[in-house]
Design a protein around this ligand. Structure first.
Ligand SMILES: [Zn+2]
Length: 323
């Protein structure tokens, strides 16, 4: 590969974007636009990893390694230069691949009555909601053929996690929701693990760009919780895909002063409520206004609406929510 092609690749993949996509979190800015955080390349306990987003360079004062995005990929994935370049090419190509997969899954949704019936049963009914969330369906056994015919090498599909090592579609009988740089698949079958993500980060808070403008936001654990609230007219809802927020999601939530309503599950083992409590503490330390929404026992926002709860009742829960 020649110098020009390498420079082009580096320009297309800003180092900071690549680091953040691999869950790197900056601890503090240190002037001249440079950032400092924990080093992803060694067991780091105090921030020693310096990033200069303008020069696209990093240096670690702990393990004394540094360089550009290709060097980072070499060290991070423990591969040699040509493999690192190949990985970066693949990573750059991922959005278009996921976009194709998403389009395919969306085409399948209305061809499969079982998928539509499942959505209906989970309270997802409005066509504009399905459109808004770009919901699709993975019947299994046909995505691979579609993508190969579009020219994607099978190796690329494996790397993206869309196809298993043995060559089958990774998602079968799953309702699929596109995320930022990932696809979430919810199994229709009780026999399979219910929740699946492709390898890599689950991305930021769901639909955050549309939500961050609101002075009050509702945070839920699951996309089906998000769906029923959005459908009921609560467009200030966002979702963390699980009750643990990654660093990126946490930063997003704290990017402006706002009120956050935590509407996590009230599951019998109490994990949702515990998570809500500890998140509430952390958010308060950041000066956020936090309210915990108390759903009837054993409910999450999805089951609340599915079992005939309505927008008016949920609004009352919001109003009754305690700090
Ligand atoms: Zn280091």
């Amino acid at each position: 590969m020649n110098r020009i092609a390498l420079d082009e690749l580096k320009q297309q993949i800003p180092l900071l974007e690549y680091l953040q996509a691999h869950d790197w979190q900056q601890a503090k800015p240190i002037g001249f636009g440079r950032l400092l955080g924990l080093c992803p390349l060694h067991a780091d306990h105090k921030p020693s990893f310096l990033v200069d987003p303008h020069k696209n360079l990093f240096y670690c004062y702990g393990c004394r390694r540094g360089g550009d995005v290709i060097r980072f990929a070499e060290l991070y994935h423990q591969v040699k230069f040509p493999q690192a370049v190949a990985l970066l090419h693949q990573w750059r190509g991922l959005p278009s691949l996921l976009h194709e997969a998403e389009g395919f899954y969306r085409m399948q949704l209305h061809r499969h009555a079982e998928a539509v019936a499942y959505l209906y049963q989970r309270g997802v009914r409005a066509p504009e909601l399905i459109e808004h969330m770009r919901i699709g369906y993975a019947p299994g056994g046909c995505l691979r053929g579609w993508l190969v015919q579009l020219g994607y090498p099978i190796q690329t599909l494996r790397q993206a996690g869309l196809v298993t090592a043995s060559g089958y579609d990774a998602y079968t009988h799953r309702v699929v929701f596109p995320l930022e740089g990932n696809l979430y698949g919810r199994s229709l079958s009780a026999a399979a693990p219910p929740h699946r993500f492709l390898p890599g980060a689950k991305g930021g808070l769901y639909s955050w760009e549309q939500v961050r403008q609101y002075p009050e936001v509702i945070l839920v654990e699951g996309l089906f919780d998000y769906a029923v609230l959005w459908q009921a007219g609560f467009h200030n809802v966002t979702c963390s895909m699980g009750n643990h927020l990654n660093a990126h999601q946490y930063r997003q939530l704290c990017d402006l002063p706002r009120t956050v309503y935590l509407a996590f599950d009230t599951d019998p083992n109490g994990s949702g409520q515990q998570a809500a409590q500890s998140l509430a503490c952390r958010l308060r330390e950041q000066g956020m206004n936090v309210r915990r929404v108390s759903l009837p026992d054993g409910h999450d926002p999805n089951s609340f609406f599915v079992e005939n709860g309505d927008a008016h009742q949920f609004q009352s829960l919001l109003e009754a929510a305690l700090p």
